[in-house]
Design a protein around this ligand. Structure first.
Ligand SMILES: Nc1nc2c(ncn2[C@@H]2O[C@H](COP(=O)(O)OP(=O)(O)OP(=O)(O)O)[C@@H](O)[C@H]2O)c(=O)[nH]1
Ligand SMILES: [Mg+2]
Length: 467
Protein backbone atom coordinates (compact mmCIF):
# COMPACT_ATOMS: atom_id res chain seq x y z
CA UNK A 1 0.00 0.00 0.00
CA UNK A 2 1.24 3.49 -0.74
CA UNK A 3 2.72 5.61 1.97
CA UNK A 4 2.29 9.30 2.43
CA UNK A 5 2.32 11.09 -0.89
CA UNK A 6 3.97 14.22 0.26
CA UNK A 7 2.41 17.05 -1.71
CA UNK A 8 0.91 19.75 0.39
CA UNK A 9 -2.77 19.61 1.02
CA UNK A 10 -3.10 15.85 0.63
CA UNK A 11 -4.39 13.62 3.37
CA UNK A 12 -1.99 11.07 4.74
CA UNK A 13 -3.05 7.57 3.83
CA UNK A 14 -1.55 4.65 5.67
CA UNK A 15 -2.41 1.03 6.23
CA UNK A 16 -4.79 0.05 8.98
CA UNK A 17 -3.10 0.00 12.42
CA UNK A 18 -3.47 -3.19 14.37
CA UNK A 19 -6.39 -3.50 16.78
CA UNK A 20 -5.75 -2.15 20.20
CA UNK A 21 -3.17 0.29 18.91
CA UNK A 22 -3.48 3.92 19.74
CA UNK A 23 -4.24 6.50 17.10
CA UNK A 24 -1.13 7.49 15.25
CA UNK A 25 0.47 10.70 16.37
CA UNK A 26 0.01 13.35 13.76
CA UNK A 27 2.62 15.60 12.30
CA UNK A 28 5.39 13.03 12.40
CA UNK A 29 8.17 12.92 9.86
CA UNK A 30 7.00 12.45 6.30
CA UNK A 31 3.44 13.39 7.16
CA UNK A 32 1.67 15.87 4.93
CA UNK A 33 0.90 19.22 6.46
CA UNK A 34 -2.46 19.85 8.04
CA UNK A 35 -5.28 19.54 5.55
CA UNK A 36 -7.89 22.20 5.49
CA UNK A 37 -11.09 20.48 4.43
CA UNK A 38 -13.00 22.59 1.94
CA UNK A 39 -16.46 22.79 3.40
CA UNK A 40 -18.82 24.62 1.03
CA UNK A 41 -21.55 25.14 3.60
CA UNK A 42 -19.09 27.04 5.70
CA UNK A 43 -17.79 29.11 2.87
CA UNK A 44 -15.23 28.39 0.20
CA UNK A 45 -12.17 29.02 2.32
CA UNK A 46 -9.60 26.24 2.50
CA UNK A 47 -9.77 26.15 6.26
CA UNK A 48 -13.04 24.82 7.52
CA UNK A 49 -14.16 26.68 10.62
CA UNK A 50 -15.32 24.75 13.63
CA UNK A 51 -18.44 25.47 15.63
CA UNK A 52 -18.18 26.90 19.18
CA UNK A 53 -19.02 24.64 22.04
CA UNK A 54 -22.75 24.64 22.62
CA UNK A 55 -24.50 23.37 25.74
CA UNK A 56 -25.17 20.15 23.85
CA UNK A 57 -21.67 19.80 22.51
CA UNK A 58 -19.66 16.92 23.85
CA UNK A 59 -16.68 17.92 25.96
CA UNK A 60 -13.58 18.56 23.97
CA UNK A 61 -15.36 20.01 20.95
CA UNK A 62 -13.08 22.56 19.43
CA UNK A 63 -14.47 26.01 19.18
CA UNK A 64 -13.30 27.82 16.10
CA UNK A 65 -13.38 31.23 14.61
CA UNK A 66 -15.54 32.12 11.65
CA UNK A 67 -18.20 29.68 12.70
CA UNK A 68 -21.23 29.37 10.52
CA UNK A 69 -24.14 27.56 12.12
CA UNK A 70 -25.97 25.31 11.36
CA UNK A 71 -22.88 23.34 10.43
CA UNK A 72 -21.80 20.62 12.85
CA UNK A 73 -18.12 19.82 12.84
CA UNK A 74 -16.43 16.80 14.34
CA UNK A 75 -14.66 17.21 17.67
CA UNK A 76 -10.86 17.01 17.84
CA UNK A 77 -9.49 13.55 17.35
CA UNK A 78 -12.58 12.10 15.76
CA UNK A 79 -12.10 8.68 14.30
CA UNK A 80 -14.56 7.70 11.58
CA UNK A 81 -14.81 4.36 9.84
CA UNK A 82 -16.70 3.55 6.70
CA UNK A 83 -17.27 0.70 4.29
CA UNK A 84 -17.49 1.20 0.56
CA UNK A 85 -19.08 -1.79 -1.15
CA UNK A 86 -19.72 -1.64 -4.87
CA UNK A 87 -19.00 -3.57 -8.02
CA UNK A 88 -15.49 -3.74 -9.40
CA UNK A 89 -14.55 -0.62 -11.39
CA UNK A 90 -17.62 1.38 -10.33
CA UNK A 91 -15.43 4.28 -9.16
CA UNK A 92 -15.01 3.56 -5.44
CA UNK A 93 -11.31 4.41 -5.14
CA UNK A 94 -11.60 7.52 -7.28
CA UNK A 95 -14.46 8.86 -5.16
CA UNK A 96 -12.75 8.08 -1.87
CA UNK A 97 -9.54 9.72 -3.10
CA UNK A 98 -11.53 12.75 -4.25
CA UNK A 99 -13.39 12.94 -0.93
CA UNK A 100 -10.20 12.89 1.11
CA UNK A 101 -8.03 14.68 -1.44
CA UNK A 102 -5.54 11.90 -1.42
CA UNK A 103 -4.06 9.57 -3.94
CA UNK A 104 -3.58 6.00 -2.96
CA UNK A 105 -1.46 4.23 -5.50
CA UNK A 106 -3.84 1.38 -5.88
CA UNK A 107 -3.79 -1.42 -8.36
CA UNK A 108 -6.93 -2.29 -10.24
CA UNK A 109 -8.82 -5.09 -8.52
CA UNK A 110 -9.04 -8.38 -10.37
CA UNK A 111 -12.42 -9.41 -11.74
CA UNK A 112 -11.63 -13.04 -11.07
CA UNK A 113 -11.48 -13.20 -7.27
CA UNK A 114 -13.03 -16.43 -5.98
CA UNK A 115 -14.60 -14.44 -3.15
CA UNK A 116 -15.00 -10.94 -1.74
CA UNK A 117 -12.03 -9.52 0.17
CA UNK A 118 -12.05 -6.49 2.47
CA UNK A 119 -9.21 -4.00 2.50
CA UNK A 120 -8.94 -1.19 5.05
CA UNK A 121 -7.16 2.10 4.37
CA UNK A 122 -6.78 4.92 6.84
CA UNK A 123 -6.72 8.62 5.95
CA UNK A 124 -5.67 11.33 8.35
CA UNK A 125 -6.80 14.87 7.91
CA UNK A 126 -6.27 17.88 10.09
CA UNK A 127 -7.50 21.40 10.19
CA UNK A 128 -6.30 23.78 12.90
CA UNK A 129 -6.76 21.75 16.08
CA UNK A 130 -9.28 19.29 14.65
CA UNK A 131 -7.90 15.95 13.72
CA UNK A 132 -9.87 13.57 11.58
CA UNK A 133 -8.89 9.98 11.12
CA UNK A 134 -10.95 8.10 8.59
CA UNK A 135 -10.70 4.43 7.82
CA UNK A 136 -12.37 3.15 4.69
CA UNK A 137 -12.96 -0.56 4.21
CA UNK A 138 -13.02 -1.33 0.52
CA UNK A 139 -14.58 -4.44 -0.97
CA UNK A 140 -12.43 -6.19 -3.54
CA UNK A 141 -14.11 -8.54 -6.00
CA UNK A 142 -17.63 -7.61 -4.88
CA UNK A 143 -20.20 -9.15 -7.25
CA UNK A 144 -17.59 -10.72 -9.55
CA UNK A 145 -18.47 -14.30 -8.65
CA UNK A 146 -20.89 -16.42 -10.72
CA UNK A 147 -22.92 -17.05 -7.60
CA UNK A 148 -23.34 -13.60 -6.07
CA UNK A 149 -25.79 -14.72 -3.40
CA UNK A 150 -23.20 -14.60 -0.64
CA UNK A 151 -21.20 -11.56 -1.75
CA UNK A 152 -22.53 -9.55 1.19
CA UNK A 153 -21.48 -12.13 3.80
CA UNK A 154 -17.84 -11.00 4.23
CA UNK A 155 -19.08 -7.44 4.84
CA UNK A 156 -21.64 -8.59 7.43
CA UNK A 157 -19.00 -10.78 9.09
CA UNK A 158 -16.54 -7.89 9.19
CA UNK A 159 -19.07 -5.52 10.77
CA UNK A 160 -20.11 -8.18 13.31
CA UNK A 161 -16.46 -8.87 14.15
CA UNK A 162 -15.95 -5.19 15.06
CA UNK A 163 -19.10 -5.21 17.22
CA UNK A 164 -17.94 -8.42 18.88
CA UNK A 165 -14.52 -6.91 19.66
CA UNK A 166 -16.20 -3.90 21.28
CA UNK A 167 -18.58 -6.14 23.25
CA UNK A 168 -15.67 -8.24 24.48
CA UNK A 169 -13.93 -5.09 25.70
CA UNK A 170 -17.13 -3.96 27.41
CA UNK A 171 -17.49 -7.31 29.16
CA UNK A 172 -13.92 -7.34 30.45
CA UNK A 173 -13.47 -6.94 34.20
CA UNK A 174 -10.75 -4.39 33.59
CA UNK A 175 -12.15 -2.60 30.58
CA UNK A 176 -10.59 0.49 29.05
CA UNK A 177 -13.14 1.81 26.62
CA UNK A 178 -11.76 5.36 26.76
CA UNK A 179 -8.56 4.40 24.95
CA UNK A 180 -9.94 1.38 23.14
CA UNK A 181 -9.27 1.35 19.38
CA UNK A 182 -12.89 1.34 18.28
CA UNK A 183 -13.08 -0.28 14.87
CA UNK A 184 -16.85 -0.28 14.44
CA UNK A 185 -18.08 0.85 11.03
CA UNK A 186 -20.06 4.08 11.18
CA UNK A 187 -21.18 4.40 7.61
CA UNK A 188 -21.54 2.31 4.49
CA UNK A 189 -21.35 4.19 1.20
CA UNK A 190 -23.12 1.79 -1.11
CA UNK A 191 -22.19 2.37 -4.76
CA UNK A 192 -25.07 1.90 -7.22
CA UNK A 193 -24.34 1.54 -10.96
CA UNK A 194 -25.78 4.41 -13.03
CA UNK A 195 -27.97 2.12 -15.14
CA UNK A 196 -30.98 4.48 -15.16
CA UNK A 197 -33.16 1.42 -14.71
CA UNK A 198 -33.37 -0.16 -11.28
CA UNK A 199 -31.41 -1.71 -8.48
CA UNK A 200 -29.78 -5.05 -9.10
CA UNK A 201 -30.70 -8.05 -6.95
CA UNK A 202 -27.17 -7.94 -5.51
CA UNK A 203 -27.71 -4.31 -4.41
CA UNK A 204 -31.01 -5.10 -2.70
CA UNK A 205 -29.71 -8.26 -1.08
CA UNK A 206 -26.60 -6.53 0.25
CA UNK A 207 -28.37 -3.42 1.56
CA UNK A 208 -31.15 -5.54 3.10
CA UNK A 209 -28.58 -7.59 5.00
CA UNK A 210 -26.62 -4.56 6.13
CA UNK A 211 -29.34 -2.10 7.08
CA UNK A 212 -29.63 -3.23 10.70
CA UNK A 213 -25.87 -3.28 11.15
CA UNK A 214 -24.62 -0.06 9.64
CA UNK A 215 -25.81 3.36 8.45
CA UNK A 216 -26.23 2.98 4.71
CA UNK A 217 -25.84 6.01 2.44
CA UNK A 218 -26.50 4.92 -1.13
CA UNK A 219 -24.67 6.80 -3.88
CA UNK A 220 -25.15 6.67 -7.63
CA UNK A 221 -21.63 6.29 -8.99
CA UNK A 222 -20.33 7.86 -12.23
CA UNK A 223 -23.34 10.16 -12.29
CA UNK A 224 -21.85 12.02 -15.26
CA UNK A 225 -22.88 9.09 -17.45
CA UNK A 226 -26.59 9.71 -16.96
CA UNK A 227 -28.63 12.71 -18.16
CA UNK A 228 -30.17 15.14 -15.68
CA UNK A 229 -33.81 14.18 -16.36
CA UNK A 230 -32.99 10.46 -16.31
CA UNK A 231 -31.10 10.94 -13.07
CA UNK A 232 -34.13 12.45 -11.34
CA UNK A 233 -36.36 9.58 -12.47
CA UNK A 234 -33.65 7.08 -11.49
CA UNK A 235 -33.38 8.54 -7.98
CA UNK A 236 -37.16 8.34 -7.47
CA UNK A 237 -37.21 4.75 -8.76
CA UNK A 238 -34.34 3.71 -6.49
CA UNK A 239 -35.95 5.22 -3.41
CA UNK A 240 -39.28 3.54 -4.13
CA UNK A 241 -37.53 0.20 -4.68
CA UNK A 242 -35.71 0.55 -1.38
CA UNK A 243 -38.98 1.35 0.41
CA UNK A 244 -40.85 -1.53 -1.31
CA UNK A 245 -38.15 -3.96 -0.25
CA UNK A 246 -38.04 -2.66 3.30
CA UNK A 247 -34.42 -1.49 3.07
CA UNK A 248 -33.74 1.16 5.67
CA UNK A 249 -31.13 3.65 4.57
CA UNK A 250 -29.62 6.29 6.84
CA UNK A 251 -31.68 9.46 7.15
CA UNK A 252 -29.89 12.65 8.15
CA UNK A 253 -31.32 13.61 11.55
CA UNK A 254 -33.78 16.45 11.73
CA UNK A 255 -34.23 16.60 15.50
CA UNK A 256 -31.48 19.15 16.09
CA UNK A 257 -32.78 22.63 15.16
CA UNK A 258 -29.35 23.84 14.10
CA UNK A 259 -29.11 21.33 11.30
CA UNK A 260 -32.72 20.19 10.83
CA UNK A 261 -33.30 22.35 7.77
CA UNK A 262 -30.17 21.41 5.88
CA UNK A 263 -30.54 17.73 6.78
CA UNK A 264 -34.20 17.64 5.70
CA UNK A 265 -33.20 19.19 2.38
CA UNK A 266 -30.37 16.70 1.97
CA UNK A 267 -32.66 13.74 2.69
CA UNK A 268 -34.59 14.81 -0.41
CA UNK A 269 -31.45 14.45 -2.50
CA UNK A 270 -30.80 10.83 -1.56
CA UNK A 271 -29.31 8.79 -3.11
CA UNK A 272 -26.51 11.22 -3.89
CA UNK A 273 -25.34 11.21 -7.49
CA UNK A 274 -21.56 11.50 -7.38
CA UNK A 275 -18.65 12.01 -9.72
CA UNK A 276 -15.07 11.36 -8.74
CA UNK A 277 -11.86 12.68 -10.26
CA UNK A 278 -8.43 13.69 -9.10
CA UNK A 279 -7.71 15.53 -12.37
CA UNK A 280 -7.46 19.29 -12.14
CA UNK A 281 -8.79 21.37 -15.03
CA UNK A 282 -8.60 25.13 -15.47
CA UNK A 283 -12.04 26.74 -15.37
CA UNK A 284 -11.86 30.51 -15.64
CA UNK A 285 -8.78 31.34 -13.64
CA UNK A 286 -9.23 28.53 -11.15
CA UNK A 287 -8.04 24.95 -11.12
CA UNK A 288 -10.91 22.61 -10.23
CA UNK A 289 -11.32 18.87 -9.92
CA UNK A 290 -13.17 17.73 -13.00
CA UNK A 291 -13.65 15.13 -15.69
CA UNK A 292 -12.98 16.48 -19.13
CA UNK A 293 -14.84 15.23 -22.20
CA UNK A 294 -14.76 16.40 -25.85
CA UNK A 295 -18.14 18.02 -25.29
CA UNK A 296 -17.45 19.65 -21.96
CA UNK A 297 -16.27 19.47 -18.38
CA UNK A 298 -17.95 17.86 -15.38
CA UNK A 299 -16.85 19.68 -12.25
CA UNK A 300 -16.81 17.45 -9.22
CA UNK A 301 -17.43 20.26 -6.76
CA UNK A 302 -20.09 22.03 -8.79
CA UNK A 303 -23.48 21.35 -7.21
CA UNK A 304 -25.16 21.82 -10.59
CA UNK A 305 -23.14 18.94 -11.96
CA UNK A 306 -23.39 16.38 -9.16
CA UNK A 307 -24.00 15.82 -5.43
CA UNK A 308 -20.35 15.30 -4.47
CA UNK A 309 -20.21 18.40 -2.28
CA UNK A 310 -23.46 17.46 -0.55
CA UNK A 311 -22.08 14.02 0.24
CA UNK A 312 -18.80 15.39 1.59
CA UNK A 313 -20.57 18.03 3.63
CA UNK A 314 -23.06 15.58 5.12
CA UNK A 315 -20.54 12.84 5.70
CA UNK A 316 -17.47 14.57 7.02
CA UNK A 317 -18.79 17.82 8.43
CA UNK A 318 -22.42 17.81 9.46
CA UNK A 319 -23.35 14.29 10.44
CA UNK A 320 -20.17 12.46 11.40
CA UNK A 321 -21.15 12.55 15.07
CA UNK A 322 -24.66 11.35 14.41
CA UNK A 323 -23.34 8.50 12.31
CA UNK A 324 -21.16 7.45 15.22
CA UNK A 325 -23.99 7.90 17.68
CA UNK A 326 -26.38 5.84 15.55
CA UNK A 327 -23.75 3.16 15.23
CA UNK A 328 -23.46 2.92 18.99
CA UNK A 329 -27.05 3.46 20.10
CA UNK A 330 -28.85 1.63 17.32
CA UNK A 331 -26.71 -0.88 15.49
CA UNK A 332 -24.30 -1.88 18.25
CA UNK A 333 -27.14 -1.99 20.82
CA UNK A 334 -29.08 -4.36 18.56
CA UNK A 335 -26.02 -6.58 18.13
CA UNK A 336 -25.31 -6.51 21.86
CA UNK A 337 -28.93 -7.29 22.76
CA UNK A 338 -29.15 -10.23 20.36
CA UNK A 339 -25.78 -11.54 21.48
CA UNK A 340 -26.60 -11.31 25.20
CA UNK A 341 -30.02 -12.89 24.65
CA UNK A 342 -28.31 -15.66 22.72
CA UNK A 343 -26.04 -16.15 25.74
CA UNK A 344 -29.11 -16.45 27.95
CA UNK A 345 -29.13 -13.03 29.58
CA UNK A 346 -32.45 -11.33 30.11
CA UNK A 347 -33.67 -8.23 31.91
CA UNK A 348 -36.99 -9.65 33.14
CA UNK A 349 -38.10 -13.13 34.18
CA UNK A 350 -41.28 -15.02 33.27
CA UNK A 351 -43.45 -12.96 35.65
CA UNK A 352 -41.96 -9.70 34.46
CA UNK A 353 -39.74 -9.57 37.53
CA UNK A 354 -36.30 -8.08 37.08
CA UNK A 355 -33.59 -10.69 36.85
CA UNK A 356 -30.10 -10.00 38.17
CA UNK A 357 -26.96 -11.08 36.38
CA UNK A 358 -26.26 -13.45 39.28
CA UNK A 359 -29.66 -15.09 38.83
CA UNK A 360 -29.18 -15.35 35.09
CA UNK A 361 -25.74 -16.84 35.67
CA UNK A 362 -27.10 -19.39 38.15
CA UNK A 363 -30.02 -20.27 35.88
CA UNK A 364 -27.70 -20.65 32.92
CA UNK A 365 -25.28 -22.74 34.95
CA UNK A 366 -28.14 -24.94 36.09
CA UNK A 367 -29.44 -25.23 32.56
CA UNK A 368 -26.00 -26.08 31.21
CA UNK A 369 -25.43 -28.61 33.98
CA UNK A 370 -28.79 -30.26 33.20
CA UNK A 371 -28.01 -30.21 29.52
CA UNK A 372 -24.60 -31.75 30.11
CA UNK A 373 -26.12 -34.51 32.22
CA UNK A 374 -28.79 -35.13 29.60
CA UNK A 375 -26.13 -35.28 26.91
CA UNK A 376 -23.99 -37.64 29.00
CA UNK A 377 -27.00 -39.91 29.57
CA UNK A 378 -27.81 -39.78 25.89
CA UNK A 379 -24.24 -40.68 25.02
CA UNK A 380 -24.24 -43.52 27.53
CA UNK A 381 -27.48 -44.91 26.10
CA UNK A 382 -26.12 -44.55 22.65
CA UNK A 383 -22.93 -46.33 23.65
CA UNK A 384 -24.82 -49.23 25.25
CA UNK A 385 -27.11 -49.46 22.24
CA UNK A 386 -24.16 -49.50 19.86
CA UNK A 387 -22.37 -52.16 21.93
CA UNK A 388 -25.54 -54.29 21.84
CA UNK A 389 -25.84 -53.80 18.11
CA UNK A 390 -22.21 -54.70 17.62
CA UNK A 391 -22.61 -57.78 19.82
CA UNK A 392 -25.65 -58.92 17.85
CA UNK A 393 -23.76 -58.42 14.61
CA UNK A 394 -20.79 -60.42 15.94
CA UNK A 395 -23.04 -63.21 17.20
CA UNK A 396 -24.80 -63.40 13.88
CA UNK A 397 -21.44 -63.54 12.10
CA UNK A 398 -20.26 -66.30 14.47
CA UNK A 399 -23.45 -68.28 13.90
CA UNK A 400 -23.06 -67.96 10.16
CA UNK A 401 -19.42 -69.07 10.37
CA UNK A 402 -20.36 -72.06 12.50
CA UNK A 403 -23.08 -73.11 10.06
CA UNK A 404 -20.64 -72.74 7.21
CA UNK A 405 -18.09 -74.87 9.06
CA UNK A 406 -20.64 -77.62 9.76
CA UNK A 407 -21.74 -77.59 6.15
CA UNK A 408 -18.15 -77.91 4.93
CA UNK A 409 -17.45 -80.64 7.47
CA UNK A 410 -20.46 -82.64 6.22
CA UNK A 411 -19.40 -82.23 2.61
CA UNK A 412 -15.89 -83.29 3.52
CA UNK A 413 -17.13 -86.44 5.29
CA UNK A 414 -19.39 -87.39 2.41
CA UNK A 415 -16.48 -86.93 0.00
CA UNK A 416 -14.25 -89.06 2.24
CA UNK A 417 -16.85 -91.90 2.33
CA UNK A 418 -17.27 -91.77 -1.41
CA UNK A 419 -13.51 -91.98 -1.90
CA UNK A 420 -13.24 -94.89 0.53
CA UNK A 421 -15.94 -96.78 -1.34
CA UNK A 422 -14.26 -96.10 -4.64
CA UNK A 423 -10.93 -97.28 -3.24
CA UNK A 424 -12.53 -100.51 -2.01
CA UNK A 425 -14.17 -101.14 -5.38
CA UNK A 426 -10.85 -100.57 -7.12
CA UNK A 427 -9.09 -102.99 -4.75
CA UNK A 428 -11.68 -105.67 -5.42
CA UNK A 429 -11.28 -105.07 -9.16
CA UNK A 430 -7.52 -105.40 -8.82
CA UNK A 431 -7.79 -108.68 -6.87
CA UNK A 432 -10.24 -110.04 -9.38
CA UNK A 433 -7.93 -109.02 -12.21
CA UNK A 434 -4.92 -110.67 -10.54
CA UNK A 435 -6.84 -113.93 -10.13
CA UNK A 436 -7.89 -113.97 -13.76
CA UNK A 437 -4.36 -113.16 -14.83
CA UNK A 438 -2.86 -116.10 -12.93
CA UNK A 439 -5.47 -118.57 -14.27
CA UNK A 440 -4.70 -117.29 -17.79
CA UNK A 441 -1.01 -117.84 -17.23
CA UNK A 442 -1.59 -121.49 -16.13
CA UNK A 443 -3.78 -122.12 -19.11
CA UNK A 444 -1.22 -120.66 -21.50
CA UNK A 445 1.57 -122.80 -20.01
CA UNK A 446 -0.43 -125.93 -20.33
CA UNK A 447 -1.31 -125.12 -23.94
CA UNK A 448 2.29 -124.43 -24.75
CA UNK A 449 3.48 -127.74 -23.32
CA UNK A 450 0.82 -129.67 -25.16
CA UNK A 451 1.67 -128.10 -28.50
CA UNK A 452 5.44 -128.83 -27.95
CA UNK A 453 4.98 -132.72 -27.67
CA UNK A 454 2.79 -132.81 -30.81
CA UNK A 455 5.51 -131.13 -32.91
CA UNK A 456 8.08 -133.67 -31.76
CA UNK A 457 5.82 -136.56 -32.75
CA UNK A 458 5.34 -135.05 -36.24
CA UNK A 459 9.10 -134.66 -36.72
CA UNK A 460 9.81 -138.25 -35.73
CA UNK A 461 7.21 -139.48 -38.16
CA UNK A 462 8.69 -137.49 -41.04
CA UNK A 463 12.18 -138.78 -40.32
CA UNK A 464 11.05 -142.44 -40.36
CA UNK A 465 9.42 -141.95 -43.75
CA UNK A 466 12.72 -140.84 -45.37
CA UNK A 467 14.66 -143.70 -44.15
N1 LIG B 1 -17.33 8.56 -16.01
C1 LIG B 1 -16.80 8.37 -14.80
N2 LIG B 1 -15.77 7.55 -14.64
C2 LIG B 1 -15.26 7.38 -13.40
C3 LIG B 1 -15.76 8.04 -12.28
N3 LIG B 1 -15.06 7.68 -11.19
C4 LIG B 1 -14.13 6.81 -11.62
N4 LIG B 1 -14.23 6.63 -12.94
C5 LIG B 1 -13.40 5.80 -13.78
O1 LIG B 1 -13.77 4.44 -13.57
C6 LIG B 1 -12.63 3.61 -13.63
C7 LIG B 1 -12.53 2.76 -12.35
O2 LIG B 1 -12.38 3.62 -11.24
P1 LIG B 1 -11.89 3.11 -9.83
O3 LIG B 1 -12.00 4.26 -8.91
O4 LIG B 1 -10.57 2.44 -9.95
O5 LIG B 1 -12.99 2.02 -9.54
P2 LIG B 1 -13.02 1.00 -8.30
O6 LIG B 1 -14.45 0.77 -8.00
O7 LIG B 1 -12.16 1.47 -7.21
O8 LIG B 1 -12.40 -0.27 -9.00
P3 LIG B 1 -11.82 -1.58 -8.26
O9 LIG B 1 -11.09 -1.13 -7.03
O10 LIG B 1 -10.94 -2.16 -9.32
O11 LIG B 1 -13.02 -2.40 -7.95
C8 LIG B 1 -11.43 4.52 -13.82
O12 LIG B 1 -11.13 4.57 -15.19
C9 LIG B 1 -11.94 5.88 -13.37
O13 LIG B 1 -11.32 6.96 -14.03
C10 LIG B 1 -16.87 8.93 -12.48
O14 LIG B 1 -17.39 9.54 -11.57
N5 LIG B 1 -17.34 9.06 -13.76
MG1 LIG C 1 -10.56 0.49 -6.18
Amino acid sequence: MAGPRGPRGLATPHPEPSRGGHPRPLGGPGRAPALPIPCPASGSSRVRPTRPASPTSPPGRAPGPGLKPPLRCPPPGIDGRGAAPGETGIGKSTLINTLFNTNFEEHEASHFCPNVRLKAQTYELQESNVRLKLTIVNTVGFGDQINKEESYLPIVDYINAQFEAYLQEELKIKRSLFNYHDSRIHVCLYFIAPTGHSLKTLDLLTMKNLDNKVNIIPVIAKADTISKSELQKFKIKLMSELVCNGVQIYQFPTDDDTIAKINAAMNEHLPFAVVGSMDEVKVGNKMVKARQYPWGIVQVENENHCDFVKLREMLICTNMEDLQEQTHTRHYELYRRCKLEEMGFTDVGPENKPVSVQETYEAKRHELHGERQRKEEEMKQMFVQRVKEKEAILKEAERELHAKFEHLKRIHQEERLKLEERRRALEEERIHFSKRKSSCDIFLNQSYMASGSNIKKDKDRKNSNFM
